[in-house]
Every structure is written in structure tokens, then in C-alpha cells.
Design a protein around this ligand. Sequence first.
Ligand code: HEC
Length: 129
Amino acid sequence: MVRKTTVHALALTALIVSSTGAWAAGSANNAPKAPEKFMTFCVPCHGPAGKGDGPAAAALNPKPRDLTDGKYMNGRSDAQLTNVIKNGSAAEKLSPMMTGYGSMLNDKEIKDVVAFIRLLAVPKYQPKK
Ligand code: HEC
């Protein structure tokens, strides 16, 4: 009986370790490192790699934006992204599913998050001169 419990505990530990590994994989490799605020507030919907596939995304329609979709994202200005992050997606006439983070993130933190999002775009984002 005691033995069996030990085996279960081991199996559980292995499961936790492997799933944590998969979770971290999105930000590994050559991917840019996400600011801590992004990991805390945005990953549940946008996913660790910004692909719009976070655990909460399944319940959403429309889906959280795929932040790696450069074809779309590169056409959005910093001002638009900042407005969405600060005041919510409805502020840019998008789906109202994303609330604003203006009370949780200061301007510097929002700027850092926007800069990080710009690094995710494929094709690459070219800042306007
Ligand atoms: C509750 C889920 C949810 C959370 C949490 C969330 N978002 Fe979103 N986000 C969305 C959805 C849904 C959209 C797409 C709206 C649409 O396409 O109509 C979106 C759109 C966006 C866009 C695209 C704006 C554009 O111009 O099209 C950006 C950028 C973005 N989110 C960044 C963030 C950042 C940064 C955070 C964390 C501070 C965050 N989101 C947190 C759901 C979420």
C-alpha cells in the first residue's frame, strides 16, 4: 500500500515537471523574453508565445489576437496597441473581450509590453521612421 502511494506521487511529479516544461517552451529557443507583466496578465489569453492560444482562449469568440501575425499586427500603430492594452479592445472597436490594463500597468510597463509584442511579428515589424 505504502509502495503504491510512492509510485503515484512519483508519476504525479513527473507529470508536473513535464507540463511545466511544455509551458516554458514557448518562451525558450530564440524567442524574445516576455516581460513579467505579459506573463502575468496576457498569457492566459494570448499564450506564452503570443499566438492567441492561452488556456482561456478556448472560451473566447473572437479568439485573442495572434500577436505573431505580422500581416495584421504590423499594420497597427503603437498608439493603437497602447490604447487596446490601456483601455481594452473595445477602445479600438474590437471585440470587448479584452479589458484594459491601465489601472494595473504604468506607461513604462505598457511600452515594454508593446516593444515585446513587436518582436513577435512574422514577417518582422519595421518601425516607421
Ligand atoms: C480575456 C482574454 C485577454 C487577455 C487577458 C488579454 N487579451 Fe489581448 N485580446 C483579447 C482578444 C479577444 C483580442 C481580439 C479582439 C478582436 O479581435 O476583436 C485581443 C487583442 C489584443 C491586441 C490586438 C489589438 C489590435 O490592434 O488588434 C493586442 C496588442 C493585445 N490584445 C494585447 C494584450 C496584452 C498586452 C495583454 C496583457 C496586458 C492582453 N492582450 C490581455 C483577449 C485578451
